[in-house]
Write a protein that binds this ligand. Structure first.
Ligand code: URA
Length: 506
């Protein structure tokens, strides 16, 4: 088995591949290794002349090196323009076996097997899949890179942070250098930096302190303007949360300054702002108000008046009954779970099964009476699959969570809790109207409108871990969150003061 080292991305692979073809080494005889998993450069600073960075390949494409640089043993392979584009894009995909796949495709093409270019072929399909992922990443980077102003006279003038899933930094740097003229900028990623000084592009491997660069410049006047603008063009009457999440995936949010506004805007839209067709500040301007009647702002649906009659999604069909929230409607603190389990489905009551027992244990430790709280679930019907005589829990889909959001909103409007403790990722995402990583929110109180929200583990998590120590950690973490929530709910401190204390304690 021969090992070929790729040090420098597509061009380095191409050189090795041509040599291997000339030697007649089949894909099975080769093992491909990568010098560096990121930009394909080892430590050193690479300066790229911008003009030369992306010379388009002619069609049909020759993979042959120019005569002067041609290695001693090399072959000329003519491939179609489409295949050349696919190879170049797939080469940027951070898939573990990318170079081996690219060589197998080239080898088969060289053997006269043209089916390898087809999406119906197994290798072809993988190649298309990788190229597609890279093209999507390029598009996303064009759409979601946000430059922040570093200040007058600073070099570079603009700075952006992005976390691409594939090696598209060089490509995107080329793209922006063509559009931002003589303005200097830097795009930083966890793998490396692209620096444009107005004339030349430099790509550098990430310095050791790259994580410290993530936050970017602190005082950006332009950003405040951008946030104001973003808020003012948001039209709550036209909010489509599914489309929003699809077109602006949550993984990009941390690099988008406007993302911090979105949860509150969604919440406002749900809480009645849909009736006003524009951001309230715009709507208040004389002659600018675009009033929309509630019934025309949303598509018509026949509304079931009682939970038990709910047919908003298909879960009712296999559940015994809908399980409503329970507790005093005057409760200041609400606990929100995911969905009823097997026991709850049969009993028609929330948190009465094994997860409920863990929750009771945490409540007892926190010194909170269960009947002082309102308990509910993001989804009101039990979703399950059968195994033998057992009914096993299945997580609700996003569509089901969304469909049940109607009942959650109705409960929130009725209760107006001061504090909501979400149990598990589904409850948190249901409340925010978008999927978010639970780990980032755990035990950190934040305001959603007027309501404090604190995320905790779901009690059933404690039942799934093997070690008693881990189980204990989870139960005490839930206990701590319940205590934080209770202190906020009972007003034993001011909101800001307590939240600051809680955040640092968490
Ligand atoms: N798990 C939940 O999320 N809710 C319940 O009511 C029971 C188990």
């Amino acid at each position: 088995m021969m090992t070929l080292m790729v040090n420098g991305g597509y061009l380095a692979w191409r050189e090795q591949a041509l040599r291997a073809l000339a030697e007649g080494w089949s894909p099975e005889e080769l093992c491909w290794a990568e010098a560096s998993p990121d930009l394909g450069r080892q430590g050193q600073q690479i300066g790229l002349e911008y003009e030369a960075s992306h010379a388009p390949l002619p069609s049909p494409v020759s993979l042959q090196e120019p005569q002067a640089q041609q290695p001693v043993s090399s072959v000329s392979v003519r491939i179609s323009k489409g295949l050349a584009a696919l190879l170049q894009d797939a080469a940027l995909c951070r898939a573990p076996a990318r170079w081996a796949l690219l060589y197998r495709v080239l080898w088969r093409w060289h053997q006269g097997d043209r089916s390898v270019e087809s999406v119906a072929d197994e290798d072809g399909a993988r190649l298309y899949e990788m190229a597609k992922a890279v093209r999507k990443e390029k598009h996303d980077m064009m759409a979601y890179v946000r430059f922040r102003h570093c200040g007058k006279g600073m070099q570079p003038e603009y700075w952006a942070w992005f976390e691409p899933e594939h090696d598209v930094l060089e490509w995107i740097a080329d793209y922006f250098s063509k559009r931002m003229g003589g303005t200097s900028w830097c795009i930083a990623t966890p793998q490396g930096l692209a620096l444009w000084d107005g004339r030349n592009l430099q790509l550098q491997d990430a310095p050791d302190n790259i994580e410290a660069l993530r936050a970017g410049p602190a005082d950006d006047q332009v950003e405040a303007l951008w946030l104001r603008y973003y808020q003012s063009i948001f039209n709550p009457a036209r909010l489509n949360e599914t489309a929003l999440q699809q077109s602006m995936p949550v993984r990009f949010w941390k690099g988008l300054p406007e993302a911090s506004l979105i949860p509150a805007m969604i919440s406002e839209a749900r809480n009645g702002a849909r009736r006003v067709g524009q951001f309230s500040a715009v709507a208040r301007m004389p002659g600018k108000s675009v009033a929309v009647e509630a019934h025309s702002a949303q598509p018509y649906r026949s509304e079931p008046s009682v939970l038990e009659a709910c047919r908003r999604c298909g879960l009712w069909e296999h559940a015994t009954q809908a399980v409503p929230g329970e507790g005093p409607t005057t409760a200041r603190m609400m606990l929100l779970g995911e969905q009823p389990g097997d026991y709850e489905d049969l009993a028609g009551r929330v948190f009465v099964g094994p997860a409920g027992q863990v929750l009771d244990q945490a409540l007892q430790r926190a010194g909170i009476e269960r009947n002082a709280l309102y308990l509910s679930n993001a989804v009101k019907h039990f979703k399950w699959k059968g195994r033998g005589k057992q009914r096993l829990h299945v997580s609700p889909s996003q569509a089901e969570v969304q469909a049940c959001g109607h009942w959650l909103q109705e409960e929130l409007a009725r209760l107006e809790p001061a504090v909501i403790v979400t149990l598990g990722a589904t409850a948190l995402s249901a409340l925010l109207g978008t999927q978010v990583p639970l780990a980032q929110y755990l035990a950190k109180p934040f305001l959603l409108g007027q309501t404090w929200v604190i995320a905790a583990w779901h009690p059933s998590y404690a039942l799934r871990v093997d070690s008693a120590a881990r189980r204990e950690e989870i139960v005490s973490s839930i206990t701590q969150v319940l205590q934080m929530g209770w202190r906020l709910a009972t007003g034993s401190a001011t909101d800001e003061g307590l939240a600051a204390g809680i955040n640092s304690a968490a």
